[in-house]
Design a protein around this ligand. Structure first.
Ligand code: HEM
Length: 200
């Protein structure tokens, strides 16, 4: 028998809280900085950062729970699906702001390089696939092995795009070192946890 957890930070309630927080953050940025080029670019940067934090929580959940079993890490693994969907929503706002920037101010801002459009576009395909297959029914339909392959490839590809984005910026601006280090740390955690699992 499974016990249904109560409280705002569990199950779909966690997703609603994340969506509400992301909408509040976006509304504050639009109210303060406006919907011009600068305000829109601020929203793009802010959603990249909110996406990173939520993504890392989902990406590192099972490794953290394996290496340090504790109520917090067990909460992370229990709610990994909802964290993943929260990340997808945050990145949907990133995409809407990008479309707004280049759709409305295309004549005044240089277009993103082709490698960003292709690399980021593939990441969005993965984000859509992971979100669409985040239900138990999808595991049954795809088969557990295929589902795991898809999700493993997807999260590592998204990790790579974050790494290229923040790592590239960190090479010229040290303020970008913390997000780049968080990404390296999360990848290291996953590798250590998978070695432990293989050795067990
Ligand atoms: C076609 C897809 C995408 C396009 C065209 C795009 C475009 C942009 C642009 C124009 C910026 C710079 C905003 C500014 O500083 O003015 C940006 C920032 C960023 N994007 Fe995206 N993006 C895409 C997809 C993604 C994806 C899939 C990820 C992560 C998985 C991502 C992560 C980031 C990060 C980390 C930043 C840096 C934020 C910062 O400066 O703090 N982007 N993106």
């Amino acid at each position: 028998m499974t016990t249904r957890r109560t409280g705002w930070a569990e199950d779909e309630r966690l997703l609603f809280v994340l969506i509400a927080a992301l909408l509040a953050m976006s509304a504050i940025i639009v109210a303060v900085a406006g919907t011009g080029i600068d305000g829109t670019r601020m929203l793009i940067r802010a959603t990249a950062r909110s996406s990173l934090l939520i993504f890392l929580a989902a990406f590192a959940a099972s490794s953290l729970a394996r290496l340090w079993p504790a109520p917090t890490t067990r909460w992370m693994i229990r709610n990994r699906r909802w964290l993943g969907l929260g990340f997808a929503f945050s990145h949907l706002v990133h995409l809407i702001a990008i479309l707004w920037l280049f759709g409305v101010y295309g004549g005044e801002t240089p277009p993103p390089p082709m490698r960003t459009i292709i690399g980021g576009g593939i990441a969005y395909v993965f984000i859509a696939l992971l979100a669409a297959t985040s239900w138990n029914g999808a595991v049954r339909a795809l088969g557990a092995r295929n589902w795991q392959r898809l999700h493993k490839a997807g999260v590592w590809y998204i990790w790579l795009i974050f790494m290229v984005s923040y790592g590239g910026r960190a090479a010229i601006n040290p303020l970008y070192l913390p997000p780049a280090m968080l990404l390296v740390g999360a990848a290291a955690l996953r590798l250590v946890a998978s070695r432990r699992r293989a050795a067990a």
